[in-house]
Design a protein. Structure first.
Lengths: 194, 194
DNA sequence: CCATCTTCCGCACGATCGTTCGTTCCGTCA
DNA sequence: TGACGGAACGAACGATCGTGCGGAAGATGG
């Protein structure tokens, strides 16, 4: 990895952290530059536009999410154990610094603003929903979940629970956010069980 | 109502609509002024700062939400019917132009930025959760819901469902968003029923 | 070791941000 | 009718936005 790619990665790590706090639009090139102690133009050279920067930040966050949440879940035993691993990883990565939440807040930010960023967010979310639904489906074929249960509905409901968690945790700073969300997932799984 | 208060109300209506699309931070005084065909300074005179404008927009949205969602629910018969009225009104006001969603997107925007706006959002959300929990409680005392059900947990779960709805509707433009969310509420109520 | 290519910088641009100031307009009441 | 107060205006401010350009370092490959 050349020097350019290396600093670019450093910049993206900081940018992702800032965007997690101030949003993708609140992420500004000037403030990002001073944060990583570079000149605006020096930093700008790595990305040809602000939109390109936003797209790369999104890609960075996505890779981090897949690595720390999706992959560990896929490594767990099929069925309910896999779903629970997913949830636990998801909760953990949101409690810590890592921003699985970036894609959530970015979604709220861009849901009415057409463009490549929005399109990417839609694709990412569709991918995530597909993954969750697929995990649920293997639970059905393992005989753990009711065969007539709706995998897409489950994915949708689970995402709602996670959104509720982000809200309770980040805005309300509710210490019971984790346990509340876990209980909600329990209810979801109870309804799906055979 | 004097002339000043009248134009202020006009401005706030437009401001709330813009903030629903671009967010409270994306709401800019210059663009707002040109939208209502006023000068920047003429408009600015009504609010002594941008933060004050944001607070008034929030108040405007809150009043509109209480009027079109909360009050009709309280007018419905106690218990499950009241909860369902709340949900239906909430869904309807989010499908149309009215922004019960503003407080949602504002929450995602300000969840990491301390200040009066964030504090207000926290108060508003607490009030809403209290209202929902109270509606659920009357359902318990009416004998429709299990006495050992947790009203706060129900409020939390219901809010998660609504967040999922906003996401599916606004970002994904999912035409099944409404029916999915209704089914999620059905499940919530099934679990709470006696 | 030198030529070349990348990386980064300083500087500047036009635009827009929130905000202030002084002035004009107009309705209200004496 | 004339004075007064609120409402709206135009112009301008310092700051910051995203974005270009030309040149100075520094790494890289022959």
């Amino acid at each position: 990895m050349g020097k350019g790619e290396l600093t670019k990665q450093t910049v993206l790590a900081t940018a992702t952290e800032i965007a997690g706090r101030l949003g993708l639009a609140g992420l500004t090139i000037g403030s990002l530059a001073s944060q990583v102690e570079m000149s605006k133009s020096g930093l700008f050279g790595h990305f040809r536009s602000k939109e390109a920067l936003q797209m790369e930040v999104l890609a960075y966050a996505r890779e981090s999410f897949v690595e720390t949440v999706i992959h560990p879940a896929l490594a767990a035993p099929r069925g309910e154990r896999r779903v629970r691993t997913l949830v636990e990883r998801w909760l953990a990565c949101s409690l810590g610094r890592e921003p699985g939440c970036l894609m959530v807040s970015a979604a709220a930010e861009f849901d009415d603003q057409p463009g490549p960023v929005r399109d990417q967010l839609v694709r990412d979310h569709r991918d995530l929903m597909d993954s969750v639904a697929q995990m649920f489906r293997t639970g059905i074929s393992e005989g753990e979940f009711r065969p007539d249960a709706d995998p897409e509905q489950f994915a949708h409901d689970l995402y709602g629970v996670m959104l509720g968690f982000f809200h309770a945790h980040r805005l309300m700073k509710d210490p019971a956010a984790t346990s509340r969300s876990r209980r909600a997932v329990d209810a979801l799984l109870d309804n799906a069980r055979i």
